[in-house]
Design a protein around this ligand. Structure first.
Ligand code: EPU
Length: 422
């Protein structure tokens, strides 16, 4: 199993180019199922989650190949096995977003029911409710969701809100299914995340008729068929936010290329409030840390609010703020596995229900730590850049799921980080 060895503290300098969005690529790859033929996705990052999803599409009958230019070709001429196997779904929950497209394309889908994960209980009741409203018949059999249509899907008025607001992949599933349903579908309380906007734009390029893109009310007029597509995914706003925190936590200045600030206003606003400078530049930005990080209140919310996927990274940074901060997690109230690990690095964090109170400390001290999920691992790497001494981050396969060779992108900026096999 690989580990990261990180020597800190360091000053960073230079520029980094942000990769394509993982969470936009996955549903867009699933959308290829909707049209028979070869679609191409440009800019999908080279990550284990993308490889697992490619494997899943191949099990369904598609052929997936990657060209040297990074283009992912998905040939969905044949989709003759509409089954999402347990072995794949248990490795990646996002596999659930094949359910809607398979149902629309094949009239039937069987997908293993995802279990919980390190960030908490993650139900899919709203996905199923939405697909039922489109007149799918759904039941659970041996741990598999079995969904069928009799005579095709039919448009409907659907409210997709839940106890924590909208659902990203639930919206993706219902939206994709609705593109081929008979008649008009209206989705109220649709997720507005940029990844859903990207998916909807891609679907429209395939011939779908979706209006209201980017808003919580999507109106979809079903079409008879969709065409294969060539589509480039948006830059990853969570990766961009992670590099911004890398600059802030090391009190350094770095340049981010291929980054859309318009998709990350809540993050940029929070950084500016704590004293970090974020200056837009052609196609990217320059981020400069501050000697005195001011404390902050952060509440995670659905987009355009502050993203839960940057909560752990901000916690590592606020651990070094000049005063007390509070982070309230309103999307995944149990997403705090990094708290105990950061405390092992001499942070002063106290969990109170879905909130963490952060008493800023003058310095973090290196320690061996354990990554528990993707974003928690990123937080530990960031803390390692700022901490005094040698931090060892174990179980880094989590970080490889969402950040493309992060050590090879941090090292040219001046980070002393190496990957070692144990
Ligand atoms: N929820 C329900 N019922 C449902 C679906 C969701 O109660 O049927 C709840 C969830 O338990 C959670 C909230 O609604 O409390 C929002 O969950 P959502 O469905 O939006 O999450 P997701 O679609 O499963 C995606 C991202 C996550 C990201 C969340 C929130 C992908 C592949 N995953 O998950 O990304 O945290 O949206 O923005 O797009 C990550 O990249 O590290 C990651 C976990």
């Amino acid at each position: 199993m690989d580990i990261f060895r990180i020597e800190g503290p360091v000053l960073l300098a230079g520029s980094v180019s942000i990769k394509g969005s993982k969470n936009a690529s996955l549903p867009i790859m699933a959308a290829a199922i909707l049209a028979g033929g070869e679609s191409s996705v440009f800019g999908a990052p080279d990550l284990s989650d993308i490889s697992v999803f490619s494997e899943l599409l191949e099990q369904l009958g598609c052929r997936v190949t990657k060209s040297p230019d990074g283009r992912l070709r998905i040939d969905s001429t044949v989709v003759d096995n509409p089954v999402g196997e347990y072995e794949v779904v248990r490795r990646m929950r996002a596999s659930i977003c094949i359910l809607g497209p398979l149902l629309a394309r094949c009239g039937r889908a069987e997908v293993s029911m995802p279990g919980g994960c390190a960030i908490g209980d993650r139900p899919i009741d709203i996905h199923l409710r939405g697909l039922r409203e489109l007149s799918a018949k759904i039941h659970l059999e041996n741990g598999y969701i079995v969904a069928e249509t009799q005579g095709g899907l039919a448009g409907a008025e659907i409210f997709l809100g839940g106890p924590f607001g909208s659902t990203v992949l639930g919206t993706a599933n219902v939206l994709m299914a609705a593109t081929l349903a008979k008649g008009r579908t209206t989705i109220e309380c649709a997720a507005c995340e940029p990844e859903i906007t990207d998916l909807a734009n891609c679907l429209n390029k395939m011939g779908a008729k979706i209006n209201g893109i980017g808003s919580p009310r999507l109106v979809i007029d079903g079409v008879r068929r969709l065409q294969p597509v060539e589509y480039e995914v948006i830059p990853d706003r969570i990766e961009a936010g992670t590099f911004m925190v890398a600059a802030a936590i090391t009190r350094s200045q770095i340049r981010l290329q291929n980054c859309r600030l318009t998709n990350m206003m809540a993050v940029v606003d929070k950084l500016r409030r704590i004293g970090v400078t974020v200056e837009p530049e052609d196609g990217g930005c320059v981020v400069a840390g501050t000697e005195r990080i001011r404390p902050a209140d952060v509440t995670t919310q659905p987009y355009p609010g502050f993203p839960t996927d940057l909560q752990a990274q901000f916690m590592a940074m606020l651990a070094l703020a000049d005063g007390n901060s509070i982070i309230v997690e309103k999307i995944f109230p149990d997403r705090f596995m990094h708290v105990a690990e950061l405390n092992r690095m001499a942070a002063n964090l106290r969990k109170e229900g879905p909130a963490v109170i952060i008493a800023g400390v003058k310095k973090l001290i290196a320690a061996p730590v354990m990554a528990s999920d993707l974003r928690a691992s990123a937080a530990l790497v960031l803390a390692g850049l700022a901490a005094e001494g040698t931090t060892i981050v174990n179980r880094i396969y989590h970080i490889d799921r969402g950040y493309e060779r992060i050590e090879e992108r941090l090292a040219p900026l001046g980070a002393k980080i190496t990957r070692e096999s144990m």
